[in-house]
Design a protein around this ligand. Structure first.
Ligand code: ZN
Length: 413
């Protein structure tokens, strides 16, 4: 049994912080008490966190451990076995950043998630989408004008990474069943074009409503849901109205689509970091980003911020996601700062990255808030993130990272 006591508690639910508070963690790694601790259990390991903040581990609803933006030639010369090792390091640096759970929005296969579950590698707990479903010429159709397949996305064994390019209701149904067979927790689909794809535009609408409805239907048949990469207004609308549960990116929202999201409880996973990172990378490493991607990022960045502000003001459920892989792995907490810079309070950004994110990823029964019965995935932070959300980006301020009650990092006790 472990007791953290004397800190400032941010529970992830959005309640006011509680001073001189802590948590009691049972030997099974679950929280048994939280808040002001009146009596400390005998025989427990007592850890004094006076003056420090205790909060749930961050949850990133949109990462890609198997994706790293690199110059084309370098990617083309990276065999899959090397890529697995790189993904392992990407997972570790994400945990080092205080992210204790992720949804991998395409890339990580089921075997990688199993390695994490078996404790073979240090990593956040994972939910996965494996392969993105795209129409021909859509966002994850990475064929270049030469006919060569751009090597940005992982592949190889078609059983681990089923082919996601599909057109027409019956092909879509088969592709959806294939990713579910491969172990996908979420069906990821592309209902609009995107920034990193070679041959489409973010403003393009992709897949018909009939095709999207089939993906949602097949996911529901096995108790799962769909998430849509959706940037164009009509692409977002189609996804929302066909029952997709989360809208990823959401560059071009309008009032009517926001109203529909609110009515249905659809999540928005804004990934503000993605465009910022594309533009930053294009400057620092020219040649690592295709020229059309730089242009598309420049065209979308202001609209995206405006859409995010509208969504915050109207009360859409917003769950934190970075699109890490497009941005640098392990810089996930930048997303919280960007959310605050664009209209959220620090508390709203924390709730989006804990409670709401856990709901979006369907792990809210286990983690996401500091409440009795929950698994103790939590952080002890040197300082007050409500005063300065940016301190979460500073790893030297992350004094403790606990996973299921076990210290992954401990600079306190
Ligand atoms: Zn993504």
């Amino acid at each position: 049994m472990k007791v953290l006591t004397g800190g400032v508690l941010i529970d992830g639910i959005g309640a006011d912080p509680v001073h001189n508070a802590g948590v009691v963690i049972d030997d099974d790694g679950r929280i048994s008490q939280v808040g002001r601790l009146t009596s400390l259990p005998a025989g427990a390991e007592i850890i004094d966190i006076a003056g420090r903040t205790i909060m749930p581990g961050l949850i990133d609803c949109h990462v890609h451990f198997f994706v790293d933006i690199r110059p084309f030639q370098e990617l083309a010369l990276t065999p899959m076995s090397l890529r697995v090792i790189q993904a392992t390091l990407n997972a570790k640096t994400t945990l080092d950043a205080g992210v204790t759970s992720v949804r991998d929005a395409l890339g990580s296969p089921a075997g990688f998630k199993t390695a994490v579950e078996q404790g073979l590698i240090p990593a956040p707990r994972m939910r996965i989408a494996i392969t993105g479903l795209s129409q021909t010429g859509g966002h994850t159709d990475f064929h270049l004008p030469t006919g060569i397949l751009h090597p940005l996305l992982p592949g190889g064994n078609p059983w681990e990474w089923p082919d996601g390019i599909c057109d027409g209701v019956e092909e879509v149904r088969k592709a959806t069943r294939s990713v579910l067979r491969a172990g996908a927790d979420f069906v990821k689909l592309m209902s609009s074009g995107g920034v990193m794809s070679p041959s489409d535009e973010p403003t393009a609408t992709q897949f018909t409503r009939a095709e999207i409805s089939v993906m949602v239907e097949e996911a529901a048949a096995v108790g799962k849901t769909a998430m849509a990469h959706a940037q164009s207004t009509e692409g977002i609308r189609n996804a929302v109205e066909c029952g997709v549960e989360s809208i990823e990116h959401g560059f071009y929202l309008d009032e009517s689509v926001i109203a529909e999201m609110k009515a249905r409880g659809t999540f928005l996973v804004p990934t503000l970091q993605a465009l910022t990172a594309v533009l930053r990378r294009a400057e620092e490493q020219p040649g690592s980003v295709m020229p059309q991607s730089v242009r598309k990022a420049q065209e979308a960045v202001e609209a995206h911020k405006k859409s995010f502000k509208m969504a915050v003001e109207s009360g859409v459920r917003i769950a934190m996601g970075t699109d890490a892989g497009v941005g640098e792995h392990g810089t996930n907490a930048e997303e919280l700062r960007l959310m605050v810079e664009n209209g959220m309070t620090p508390m709203q950004a924390i709730v989006a990255s804990t409670k709401t994110a856990s709901e979006c990823v369907h792990i809210d029964g286990e983690v996401g808030t500091l409440e009795p019965g929950k698994i103790a995935d939590l952080l002890v932070v040197d300082g007050d993130p409500l005063d300065d959300i940016g301190i979460l980006e500073d790893r030297s301020k992350l004094l403790m990272i606990l996973q299921a009650g076990h210290s992954y990092k401990d600079l306190v006790s």
